[in-house]
Design a protein around this ligand. Structure first.
Ligand code: MG
Length: 444
């Protein structure tokens, strides 16, 4: 099961005004990339992992929104909760993807599997409000390929006696474990489809690709797939690093590289559905000396700005200014599931918006500066109009669209940026319902 355009779909769910419109989710900065694109935006050629500037050139009418990973994680938990109710064996692969091996479908015919998948898709759509596509087949590789072919908003069940026909027509790159290097090795000897790989002599495959890998790929190409559906042992850290063509000594350039790697590692963190307590910065100077410095928070977080700011702080601690650097890496460890994160993060993080209770008692201590900068896409609460999001601001004014997942399309109103009735809000409130947070709401 794989959610369709997950991040953009959650934005369209919680902001009814952007439903059926092109939506791009991602960073707006010079290094920003697209984390999610709605199907409407994909029609213009915008897609995930593309630089945001390029995506906006291709789709100038797109609504561009900053990622709200906490909301995506809450919706992911809702979907996974349903999945675990209907299937005893589940392997969550990422925030929007899972394998299921329901005991009741052992030996089932195609019609029975279609009924099961159709019912699950309908339930996710009805109870959560997002679209899941489902692929099914004899083995994980085929199920994964089928879910891709089923998109958008579809399902595809591959019966055992049709699996080879489907598999063999596909390019080799579609197979698990075949990256660009293996693909080009196969292309060089004229092997382009999975069927052509399957037809090779086993010894030719292993001499080209190695004993272990070649043997495994050859079996997979023949439809032999006995990978179990099981929760995998989780990695202890996620990281990203880059080596420069020329040593860099300029501090601002280095800081930008640090932030870039912090973002890359953050994407991996979020897609694994986890949060981190420790940020480690690794730098290698021109003498190949590697220096690591770490910062540990009191609780795990998946907030990019918190993680990225820590990585930036570590640079001057690791190196004196002006040192030429050839490699920069950022890693996150002390990993917790995002469920564990929500046990701790909000009460203790002063940047995370107001506490659930009104803070009317201390007007002089109000944490918000009066000339607050409202960023497009931020969640806000207005004392009279309720929950909304920032559509735009400038010239001392801010325009708020008041709507949540449960209100239908809302009205837009404009206020002075320092309107005292306006405050930052918890993004999760945009779901419009009480969400089962593991620690039970305001009981702290
Ligand atoms: Mg997906």
């Amino acid at each position: 099961m794989d959610m369709d355009a997950f991040f953009a779909s959650v934005e369209q769910l919680t902001r009814p005004t952007v439903r059926s419109r092109p939506v791009l989710v991602g960073g707006l900065g010079p290094r920003g990339t697209v984390a999610g694109a709605s199907y409407e935006a994909r029609e213009y050629g915008a897609k995930s992992a593309m630089p945001m500037g390029e995506a906006r050139r291709r789709c100038p009418v797109a609504v561009v929104l900053p990622p709200r990973f906490r909301v995506y994680q809450v919706v992911s938990r809702q979907v996974l909760g349903i999945v675990r109710e209907v299937s005893d064996v589940v392997q969550q692969v990422s925030v929007d993807e899972a394998f299921l091996e329901p005991a009741e479908l052992a030996g089932a015919d195609v019609q029975r599997v279609e009924e099961f998948a159709g019912a699950l898709r309908a339930r996710v759509q009805r109870e959560v409000g997002v679209v899941a596509s489902i692929g099914a087949g004899p083995g994980k590789q085929l199920a994964k390929i089928a879910s891709g072919l089923a998109k958008p908003d579809g399902m595809l069940v591959v019966p055992p006696d049709e699996q080879l026909e489907l598999l063999w027509a596909l390019p080799v790159r579609k197979m698990w474990g075949i990256g660009p290097v293996t693909e080009s090795k196969l292309h060089r000897i004229g092997v382009n489809t999975i069927g052509e790989l399957a037809a090779m002599h086993p010894q030719d495959v292993t001499s080209l690709l190695g004993q272990a890998v070649g043997g495994e790929l050859h079996r997979l190409a023949q439809g032999v797939d006995d990978h179990p559906v099981a929760e995998r042992a989780e990695a202890k850290q996620v990281s990203a690093e880059t080596t420069f063509d020329h040593d860099i000594a300029d501090r601002e350039t280095l800081l930008a590289e640090v932030v870039g790697q912090a973002e890359n590692a953050h994407r991996r963190l979020v897609s694994s559905g986890r949060a981190a307590r420790t940020v480690t910065l690794k730098v290698r100077d021109s003498d190949f000396t590697t220096i690591s410095r770490a910062e540990t928070f009191s609780s795990a977080t998946s907030e990019l700005h918190t993680l990225s700011a820590a990585a930036r702080r570590l640079l001057p601690i690791a190196l004196p200014p002006g040192t030429p650097v050839r490699l920069v890496g950022v890693s996150y460890s002390g990993l917790a599931t995002s469920e564990q994160e929500s046990l701790f993060d909000h009460p203790s993080d002063p940047e995370d918006g107001p506490a659930p209770e009104p803070e009317s008692a201390e007007p002089a201590e109000a944490p918000r500066p009066s000339s607050r900068q409202w960023r497009a896409g931020d969640d806000v609460q207005h004392a009279e109009h309720g929950h909304g999001w920032v559509q735009g601001s400038g010239h001392g004014r801010v325009t708020i669209r008041f709507e949540t997942a449960t209100t239908g399309r809302g009205v837009a109103r404009t206020f002075a940026v320092d309107d005292p009735l306006l405050s930052a809000a918890d993004p999760v409130a945009s779901l419009g319902v009480e969400v089962d947070q593991p620690c039970g709401g305001g009981g702290r």
